[in-house]
Ligand binder design. Structure first.
Ligand SMILES: NC(=O)c1ccc[n+]([C@@H]2O[C@H](COP(=O)([O-])OP(=O)(O)OC[C@H]3O[C@@H](n4cnc5c(N)ncnc54)[C@H](OP(=O)(O)O)[C@@H]3O)[C@@H](O)[C@H]2O)c1
Length: 292
């Protein structure tokens, strides 16, 4: 299998690139502003950029789209930029996938839901609350409509190993290891099902291998709010110095509305792959702290 991953310098794409390559697939993964090891340049917003990796020549069987404007509050403040990076990039990659006769994988989010009745199954009605969420949903629906066998993985609260270590858990770990005092103002009313990017890559691999299509919710065995998530990490660093200030979402006054009771029920994936074991936050922390 030949796979082109747009956004392989990021958390999800980087893990997919590594896992697929380890499984023997031929993978080209791209960066845009941050050149992670072994990535090629590709700007999804300028398909005819002369510096772009030649995807058509590579002839991928699959194109995986991991790029988006992921800062939810900035999307609210800069909706045009959000549209470009999330929707227009998808329009451009769908066109490329059609030219290459490639399958398409879109990475979506639990923010397509309003968080009133989570955790959610795939058939729950969508009701996005923010610019980010509306743009993710628009791109997801376009991908499903335009390319018949599109695979959509909805994910949330992703953590794991990544070159820049910028995810929520990685940042807490780094500050604890560096003995920096943490100040954490976190909502106790935003629930989700965090997933390790490595598990997302493993799940995507089996779904692609088996020619699956449509929407899959990918979570893990954890269902936590942000305070619980931080505490789960901090308990592995008994000497950590921190101020943890639990707040409700209204008090935080974030520009973008959040789904509160969100996250996923992964029954569909788990019933098709009963032998697939998801790891959880404790597994990840145990592994990370073994080496410190
Ligand atoms: N992380 C989460 O908790 C989470 C939750 C739900 C859904 N998702 C979705 O999952 C996907 C991947 O998220 P992530 O956390 O892996 O994000 P990430 O770490 O920020 O990675 C985003 C990737 O997109 C690339 N990119 C951005 N603009 C680009 C452009 N114009 N052309 C080409 N590439 C571009 C980035 O490249 P450079 O960094 O090199 O510029 C980076 O490789 C996103 O669609 C996001 O909406 C993530």
């Amino acid at each position: 299998m030949k796979v082109f991953i747009a956004g392989a310098s990021g958390l999800v794409g980087g893990n997919c690139m590594q896992h697929f390559a380890e499984q023997g697939w031929e993978v080209a993964g791209s960066y845009f502003s941050f050149q992670a090891p072994n990535t090629v340049y590709y700007n999804t917003l300028v398909p005819d950029d002369g510096n772009n990796f030649d995807v058509k020549k590579f002839k991928p069987d699959v194109i995986v789209h991991c790029g988006a404007m992921t800062h939810v509050d900035n999307c609210e403040l800069y909706p045009d930029q959000s549209y470009q990076q999330t929707v227009q990039s998808t329009i451009n990659l769908i066109a490329l996938a059609k030219e290459c006769n490639a399958r398409f994988v879109y990475i979506s989010t639990d923010y397509v839901f309003d968080g009133k009745q989570g955790p959610y199954t795939e058939d729950a009605p969508v009701s996005p609350l923010s610019v980010y969420a509306r743009h993710k949903l628009e791109a997801e629906q376009m991908a499903l409509k335009e390319i018949e066998n599109t695979l959509v993985l909805r994910i949330t609260n992703v953590y794991g190993d990544e070159v820049r270590g910028k995810n929520f858990i990685a940042r807490i770990i780094e500050q604890c290891i560096n003995k920096q005092k943490l100040t954490l103002k976190l909502p106790y009313d935003q629930y989700a099902s965090p997933a390790n990017a490595w598990d997302i890559a493993r799940a995507m691999y089996v779904l692609l291998r088996d020619n699956k299509k449509g929407i899959y919710h990918i979570g893990s065995t954890d269902y936590l709010n942000r305070v619980e998530l931080a505490m789960r990490v901090l308990k592995y660093f008994p000497d950590a110095e921190y101020d943890l200030i639990p707040m409700n979402t209204a008090e935080l006054k974030q520009p973008a509305a959040r789904p509160l009771l969100s996250g996923f029920v992964t029954l569909k994936f788990s019933s098709e792959y009963p032998e697939f074991m998801f790891s959880n936050v404790d597994d990840y922390l145990k592994k990370k702290t073994q080496h410190t």
